[in-house]
Ligand binder design. Structure first.
Ligand SMILES: [Zn+2]
Length: 465
């Protein structure tokens, strides 16, 4: 009988990897990197419990590194089969995987300099050329509809509304003539958000794997536009800059959309807006070019003669370091959007070194901030932030706008699950911290009373009867 093994995102949010076996063939759904604690990241170095050379196919839900970042490592260790994804996911991976490799190399070089690595000499998990090699294995599958991988596996993709190209997948597994229908949620996005379509509802599955990132939490309600307008207007009054650390994929594009809307409605003055991240600039053009992902409202804005919906009146896309440095000379009110989103690296650090000591400025935190990250420290009221070995005083105003998450909140996950016309035979809750997993389990118990809702453990294997 077919079997599933949970090789990641079991009891945690990262490292998504699910091995499905049928008739002796092996399919890996997602191939993510573990991120976060040292203990979790060690798993990226441990031997995979299955020989990568014995895996026949890889299938991806979306491009985020916690779903794709292990691919070059899988290939280094012997995988040589195709990697199936839609076109947008492939193109995003072409930006994200080499960037992930670059960060690995940088970390290894830093560890070598500081002499703290246990690998001697310190090694990256994989290199930029290895990430480039991985991209050659991608095979593009349709954005929607069915695709036959083999006699054992056939997949149907549906919009997940999380980031560009994100899908939830229906996998039909055939063994000995018997079909088993599995649904993989991937990461479920938000409803009624700009740019991307809403998550498509599921209808049926024998086995469901559902993400639980926000299984215990709701996003704040209220209008992002109004909050953003208040923050920008307040900062303009003080004569300062609005600095927004933002992830390159998704958040930056949503922010640009809202700022342009606010300008057009006359709710904020037209300000210089600097998008200072080469990755964010490249991702933005991918967001514009993949029309198949756009919702009806966004599609209407794309008619000939209409202004670009992701371009504000006075936008400056800065790719080079010189252009980036020149933003320091801007003394009038402006908006600066730069990566990384958690202030763990990237150009945002330079902007904060300049703007944090200025009480006229505002730093807007728009995404999840991990424990210990610069963004978390600011939210917790730090008086100083260590940037490039200097203690920078925090005099700027720190504001959080929590509605911009790309992940469904608890009631949005429950709404997505309401699509099922009958309870799945078994539901596996994955991709969550214990509180998120338990929260979603409780929500399913009280709303739907489904039988067999379980939280699998790392490396657990389950027969699919
Ligand atoms: Zn994701």
């Amino acid at each position: 009988m077919p079997k599933i093994t949970f090789l990641g995102a079991a009891g945690t949010v990262t490292g998504s990897k699910y091995l499905i076996e049928a008739e002796g063939k092996k399919l890996l759904v997602d191939c993510g990197l573990f991120q976060g604690s040292k203990e979790l990241e060690q798993r990226n170095w441990d031997k995979l419990p299955v020989d990568p050379a014995a895996i026949d196919w890889v299938l991806l839900t979306h491009a985020h590194i916690d779903h794709t970042g292990y691919l070059p490592r899988l290939m280094r260790n012997g995988y040589h089969g195709p990697i199936y994804s839609n076109a947008a996911t492939h193109e995003l991976c072409a930006l994200l995987l080499p960037d992930s490799a670059y960060l690995q190399e940088e970390d290894a070089a830093y560890a070598a300099k500081k002499g703290y690595s246990k690998h001697k000499p310190p090694l990256p998990l994989y290199t930029v050329p290895e990430a480039q090699e991985t991209l050659k294995q991608f095979c593009v599958i349709p954005r929607a509809g069915a695709f036959q991988i083999s006699p054992q596996f056939s997949v149907r993709s549906h919009d997940a509304g999380h980031i560009l190209g994100s899908s939830w997948l229906e996998l039909t597994v055939t063994e000995g003539g018997k079909q088993t229908l599995m649904a993989f949620s991937g990461d479920i996005g938000r409803y009624d958000q700009p740019i991307l379509k809403d998550p498509e509802p599921p209808t049926r599955a024998d086995y469901l794997l559902c993400e639980s990132t926000y299984g215990d939490r709701e996003h704040p309600t209220g209008s992002v536009e109004d909050e953003l307008a208040d923050v920008i207007n307040d900062t303009v009054k003080r004569g300062g800059a609005v600095v927004i650390p933002a992830f390159a994929v998704g958040r930056t594009q949503t922010l640009m959309y809202f700022i342009r809307e606010l300008e057009e409605k006359g709710k904020i003055p037209r300000l210089p807006v600097f998008v200072d991240s080469p990755m964010a600039i490249s991702v933005t053009s991918l967001y514009m070019s993949h029309h198949e992902d756009h919702d009806a409202e966004f599609t209407k804005m794309e008619q000939p003669g209409m202004p670009d919906p992701l371009v504000c009146a006075d936008v400056h896309m800065t790719r080079t370091v010189e252009e980036s440095k020149k933003i320091n000379d801007v003394t009038s009110p402006c908006v600066i959007i730069s990566a990384s989103g958690m202030i763990t690296g990237g150009r945002i650090k330079h902007h904060l070194a300049k703007r944090l000591p200025d009480s006229r400025s505002t730093v807007v935190i728009v995404g999840y901030q991990a424990e210990g990250s610069g963004g978390r420290l600011l939210l917790d009221g730090a008086k100083f932030l260590r940037i490039h070995n200097e203690q920078i005083p925090v005099r700027a105003k720190i504001v959080e706008i929590g509605q911009l998450s790309a992940h469904a909140g608890r009631s949005e996950l429950v709404r997505w699950l309401s699509g099922f016309q009958a309870p799945p035979k078994q539901t596996f809750l994955v991709h969550g911290e214990p509180s998120g997993l338990n929260g979603l389990r409780d929500a399913i118990a009280s709303q739907y009373r489904w039988p067999n809702v379980t939280i699998p453990e790392y490396l657990q294997a389950v027969d699919l009867l």
